[in-house]
Each structure stands twice: as C-alpha cells, then as structure tokens.
Design a protein around this ligand. Structure first.
Ligand code: UDP
Ligand code: MG
Length: 326
C-alpha cells in the first residue's frame, strides 16, 4: 500500500525536471515510507513527457499521467489527485518554488497531530516580483471575504491531504474546483506549515496575467453569486439617480426654460447602456457556468497513465540524465 503520493502538474517544464528529480528523490527516499510521484503532463509541447519517461527508467516510484491537451493547472491537479493511491497526497509545483524538504514536516505534522490537511503557507515571498506579490495579496484578501476567515492566507496549492479528503474531493460534482478555496471550506481539521517561497528553479512562469485573472474570476464565481447582486444595486442606484433627474426635468419644464440638453441626454443613454451591458455580461457568466455544468464534459482527458502500463523488465535505461547520476 502506498503511503504517500506526490502530485506534480507539469506544463512545458523540461528545464526544471532534472533539478526537480535531483532534489525531490533524496527527500522522498529518506522518508522511509512507500511512495509514488505522480507527474501529470498537462499537454506540454516540449520534451517534458519524454524526460519524465526517461527518469522513470531508474526511478520506479515515478509515475507519468499524460493529459491529451493542455487543460490548465487545476485540471492537471484534479487528474493527479483522482488517480493517486497514497494514504496521504501532497500537491507541489514542478518549479521548486515550494521546497520539497517541507514535505517531511507536513507528513510529521499530519501524523503527530492527527489532522487531515496540512497547508503550506508562504511566510516570505520576497523572491516573487512586486507585481505578483501585490496581486496575490489582493487575491487572498478578496477570497477571505468571500470564503470566510478559515481560509489560510498565502496558501496556494502546496499542501498535504489525507485519503478521506481525496475521497470527498473525488465525489464532488464540480468539474475543476479551485482547490485552495474548496479544501478549507470542507471543514477538515488542519494545520499550517510555513515555508519560504523560492525562486523558480528554471524556465518561465506558466501563469501569465490572463491565467491569473481567469483563476481569480473562477474563484469568485465558484464561491459567491455576489456579482449578480451587484446588478441589483447598480439598478437601484440608477433608479435613484433617474428620480432626481426627473424632478430636475419637471422643474426646468415648469419654469419654461427648456434648454437644448443634448449632452446630458447623450451621457445618460451611454451610462445606462453600459450598466445594462455589464449586468447582462455578469448574468451571462453564470449562465455559461450552468451550461457547462449541464454539459458535464470532462475537464481533461487522460491519454495514458504509466501505472496502467508498467515498464517491461527488459527495458534497459538508454541514457541516464545528469540529474539522476549518483
Ligand atoms: N501548470 C500546469 N498547467 C498550466 C499552467 C501551469 O500544469 O496550464 C503547472 C506548472 O507546470 C507548475 C504549476 O502549474 O508546476 C504552477 O505554475 P507556475 O509555477 O508557472 O506558476 P507561478 O508559480 O508562476 O504562479
Ligand atoms: Mg511557480
């Protein structure tokens, strides 16, 4: 029985794989537990899958799940979590920004304190850019308002969960949940372990601004319908403003000083048209979510899982990557 699964989503991470393997393997080997490393290749266009495949030749605990196409970080995490076998499952980024050594501490805390979730909390983000730190700060403040104070601040997707949590997650009807919000909202007992966020070991971030905005919007829309209520408040504000404008219009008319008034009319039409479109757009976002949920298409397709097709014993390592040299 596998005690520990380490799930690593990877998207075009060929540059970090040798460094990752060199640093992760000694940590896991020294834990004295049966483990598996579940590398989820999220439809990379580079050599990621081949490199992992090569590392597997002399690291039998390494497992490769390949998604047919790029489906996103949270979808890759879902694939890994759902297929993992361990009593404990750790999710970690491939780029070594989350130090693998912290896994030892997470496992110790989970066992000694008998909790189901151990969050990795970033105590120091000075290696991140000022932009990333500020946008992340804003994100966590907003999410704490939406999800509640139980949400650990600065806890991303580096965490350890027990098998009971994984089983609850597997049964959730959501296609691709935002795990960093969903897991705290489940109410399992938890602890936090702090760590220093390191610099990306190699390669470039796979989270451009577009994906960050998409994650922030998914996080908001998955947990609150407040933006829809905003439409009601905007409507009420517009109604109040129009009452005042009506009184003004009647007074001007009664005084017989009817001014041309083209500018005010023009601006009012523009403003109300914009407000209506914003509200319609917000409504559309939620309708689209309902539609996608009804379609219930899988968020990712698994092309292959090395656990289903074990490497035949006759295969001899063709080439050892420098990182796995003793
Ligand atoms: N990732 C992924 N699919 C994507 C984008 C990212 O699997 O579409 C993985 C990526 O390989 C990494 C993790 O998600 O292991 C976090 O990405 P990254 O480190 O680039 O994000 P950042 O730390 O810059 O926020
Ligand atoms: Mg990173």
């Amino acid at each position: 029985m596998t005690a520990l699964s380490v799930v690593i989503p990877m998207y075009n991470e060929e540059a970090v794989i040798p460094v990752l393997v060199a640093r992760l393997r000694p940590v896991l080997d020294s834990l004295d537990v049966e483990y598996e490393v579940v590398a989820v290749d999220d439809g990379s266009a580079d050599d990621t899958a081949n490199l992992v495949e090569r590392c597997r030749l002399d690291w039998p605990q390494l497992r490769l799940i390949r998604l047919r196409r790029n489906s996103g970080h949270q979808a890759a995490l879902t694939a890994g979590l759902h297929r993992s076998a361990g009593d404990w499952v750790v999710s970690i980024d491939a780029d070594l920004q989350d130090p693998p050594e912290t896994i030892r501490e997470m496992l110790r805390v989970a066992r000694e304190e008998n909790v189901d979730v151990v969050y990795g909390v970033r105590s120091d983000r000075t290696t991140d850019t000022v932009f990333k730190r500020n946008t992340a700060g804003l994100y966590y403040r907003l999410m704490r308002r939406i999800v509640g104070p139980d949400l650990p601040s600065q806890a991303g997707d580096f965490r350890l969960v027990s098998r009971s949590v994984v089983e609850v997650l597997r049964r959730m009807p959501e296609r691709v949940p935002v795990y960093r919000l969903l897991i705290p909202s489940l109410g399992f007992s938890s602890r936090a372990v702090s760590y220093t966020r390191e610099r990306r070991a190699a390669g470039e971030t796979k989270y451009p601004l577009r994906k960050m905005v998409a994650l922030a919007w998914d996080s908001t829309a998955d947990f609150t319908a407040a933006p829809l209520r905003l439409a009601t408040w905007l409507g009420m504000a517009a109604f109040a403003a129009s009452l005042i404008a009506m009184v003004f219009g009647l007074v001007v008319w009664a005084n017989g000083t009817v001014i041309p008034g083209w500018t005010s009319l023009f601006l009012a039409v523009l403003l109300f048209a914009a407000v209506q479109l914003i509200c319609l757009g917000l409504l559309g976002e939620y309708v689209a979510r309902i539609y996608r949920t009804l379609q219930s298409r899988p968020a990712f397709h698994i092309g292959s899982d090395s656990a289903d097709t074990p490497v035949p014993a006759s295969v001899v390592p063709a080439q050892r990557t420098p990182a796995t040299m003793p």
